[in-house]
Design a protein around this ligand. Sequence first.
Ligand SMILES: C[S@@+](CC[C@H](N)C(=O)[O-])C[C@H]1O[C@@H](n2cnc3c(N)ncnc32)[C@H](O)[C@@H]1O
Length: 286
Amino acid sequence: MQRASLPSGVSFTAIQVAGEREREAARADALFSDPLAGATTAYVRETAGPDEPAPYMTPDMQWLYGDFFAIRTRFIDERMLSAFHDGVTQVVFLAAGMDGRAYRLDWPAGVRVFEFDRPEMIASKQEVVRHAGLSPKVEVTAIPGDLNEDWPPRLRAAGFSADQPTVWVVEGLLAYFSPEAANRLLSHVAAQSAPSSRLLTDYVKGDHLVPAAQAGRDTGAAMAVLATLFRTGPSADPWTWMSGQDWDIDVTIGAECARALNRPVPPAVDPELNGAVSYLVDARRL
Ligand SMILES: C[S@@+](CC[C@H](N)C(=O)[O-])C[C@H]1O[C@@H](n2cnc3c(N)ncnc32)[C@H](O)[C@@H]1O
């Protein structure tokens, strides 16, 4: 069978995260299961040629991130599900990647999901889903596009309503955005957010990720890719970054979230190790 190629550039990171979710799902004490993650890694193994680099976590990256992706996933799962009790009926995944929530969560009736990502990422996801024979548990509309462009019209054209409260999931994206691009994204989200909408997102403040990735450049394929992709993300803590835009901001520090889930604090988000502070943000639109 002719296969679509795997996504390249920044979309490669979605394959890395799927690999980590599969690793988590295989644990006896897993924080979630994820059939799409398993399907993704199976597809990668079948597709990869013998000379292709390891597609996801190499030991250097594993050391840096530990269980961070699983911890972040669980945090967003819990906050997203809680939003349904508040009557939210739209969920928009910006930079959806291989997010498997549409395939693994129990969705209330009437919720609509929009998944926005780069065209090649969407094509790869659809190919993996088709190949594995997975069916979403909720109505999903995929929207190909570029979040650095004027994307809200594409979302509205796909049926999104800015009048309905929405959960925005922006998971694992901001590290690849400049401060200016992060500001633009936030303004677009705010302008499309009816009262009681929620923005669930994450980023790490601290200058260690870029040097850590660069230091790992020669030691692992995954780090080599990341070193070329990292930007700085938002330039301030969430309270400052989101100030003046009518958000009620609830922040969980990544290291504390790890401890609450009985997981070791990953070096990438350990303030005691390198001063990095990871913010897991749950903001409610006033
Ligand atoms: C680390 S992955 C995270 C994917 C997903 N949110 C998750 O947690 O599994 C980053 C994602 O951002 C997407 N992305 C990066 N820049 C983008 C842009 N300018 N427009 C649309 N998607 C983008 C990539 O294609 C990739 O899917």
